[in-house]
Design a protein around this ligand. Structure first.
Ligand code: ARG
Length: 425
């Protein structure tokens, strides 16, 4: 990392090497993906100065808790945005991105339910639509050059809109946080938290929240309490366990207990209940697609509970062969999405399989929540491949022909026995 002083911020690299990076003279009007945070606020001003371009700000609501979109819109206008748009895309995110992830039991690594990875193709798709509608030639985003998010956003734009260019100022301006704060001060951009310790790098939406940076980069440092913003620390969770019953229809969560709920509300509600019980804290080392290993702290109460309930229901309605096969496709699905290839045809192919295999994932699963743990305790489905009369210990005599088992075992083990004998001759 090269450090520069606030007064000598270097100009961006002027010769792009790819088909979609903008040359400075091509940039007239920029659609900026604006979060309202420090990076994109500095960008809003910097793009106007550096490129002498107009900026249209776009903020996407995907259910980030506690965000005030009125304030963000006002800030964008105050910093000189030509227009400032906020779109509520929660419903589309839930239906078109989170639901397919549930059907595919999507988890990357040991416990990341992909909330960021799922959001980027949608955010970038909306950026393309708004860029076209407002006459922008370029899209700007606030991703760094070290993460997966740049891959997801730029792959989406280059796929959906080859005519649009991209700029990623954070990747090229080589300002550190101190320079950004100085730049912000100089240009009257409000800075939260001042110059003390830089904040965690946060990303959140309906499906979860991640924190990176600060002590999280020190692998020998166990989590400080102040990183948890969503989930109650398990030791402070209620002493009383709670059973949350989730109802599914064809793999889609449709209700809690006896109440039918819209998707967004259901996910939010499960998240709140799980958070109260300390459920969904993940501390994981992860392989980014750009080669780096990173540690993330995730708070994913809704995903933890809904993915668990979904897998439990699959176990009840599917066959042994389906259960041997599907996880390998689930893993492929999760990797494609993690790796920024949402628009890859294989993902669509896999979704067709997921649709088919979720057809009978209908029923209810009760999940017990207690001090950080979530465990399925009840299951029911009209499609359950479970017959209590066959399964029961004592009464099985007449229905399950135990006398037939030795014949099965003899044939089932035939090749293995033969091989054993030959190899041990
Ligand atoms: N490691 C996760 C991922 O690559 C989360 C990234 C969080 N993004 C962020 N801009 N802070 O999907």
């Amino acid at each position: 990392m090269s450090e520069t002083s606030a007064s000598s911020v270097p100009a961006p690299r002027s010769q792009p090497t790819t088909s979609y990076e903008a040359r400075p003279e091509q940039v007239r009007r920029v659609l900026l993906l604006y979060s309202g945070g420090l990076d994109t606020s500095v960008m809003l001003k910097w793009i106007q100065d550096e490129y002498e371009a107009e900026v249209v700000a776009l903020t996407v609501n995907l259910g980030q808790p506690g965000e005030d979109y009125g304030v963000i819109r006002g800030k964008a206008r105050q910093l000189g945005a030509l227009e400032s748009h906020v779109i509520d895309a929660r419903e589309e995110f839930a239906r078109e991105y989170v639901v397919p992830a549930i059907k595919a039991n999507a988890v990357y690594g040991l416990g990341y339910p992909l909330f960021t990875a799922l959001s980027r193709p949608l955010i970038a798709k909306l950026a393309v639509q708004h860029a076209r509608a407002t006459g922008c030639d370029t899209i700007a985003h606030g991703c760094t050059g070290k993460g997966n998010d740049q891959v997801r956003i730029e792959a989406t734009i280059a796929t959906l809109a080859p005519e649009l260019k991209v700029i990623a100022p954070v990747r090229s301006w080589r300002m550190g946080r101190d320079e950004e704060v100085a730049y912000a001060r100089k240009h009257g951009i409000p800075v939260k938290g001042g110059t003390e310790a830089p904040p965690y790098s946060i990303d959140d939406n309906l499906w979860g929240r991640s924190s990176e940076g600060r002590w999280i980069e020190d692998l020998e440092h166990a989590p400080d309490d102040d990183v948890f913003n969503l989930v109650t620390r398990p030791e402070e969770a209620p002493d009383q366990a709670e059973v949350l019953e989730v109802e599914f229809e064809a793999g889609v969560p449709v209700g809690l207990g006896q109440e039918r709920l819209g998707l967004v509300e259901l996910i939010e509600r499960v998240g709140q209940i799980g958070a109260r019980h300390g459920v969904g804290i993940v501390d994981q080392i992860e392989d980014r697609v750009v080669g780096l290993k990173v540690r993330d702290i995730y708070e994913v109460p809704a995903a933890t509970i809904l993915l668990l309930a979904h897998r439990e229901l699959e176990m009840l309605v599917g066959t042994i062969h389906q259960h041997q096969f599907k996880p390998s496709l689930d893993q492929q699905w999760a990797f494609l999405v993690y790796a920024g290839l949402w628009w890859e045809p294989l993902r669509t192919d896999l979704d067709a399989f997921m649709e088919a295999s979720n057809r009978h994932v209908t029923g209810r699963v009760g999940v017990r929540l207690y001090k950080g743990a979530a465990r399925a305790v009840t299951r029911s489905s009209p499609y359950a491949l479970y017959d209590p009369q066959l399964a029961t210990f004592e009464q099985s005599g007449g229905l399950f022909a135990q006398e037939a088992s030795p014949g099965f075992i003899e044939l089932w083990s035939l090749q293995s026995r033969m091989a054993w004998r030959i190899r041990n001759r």
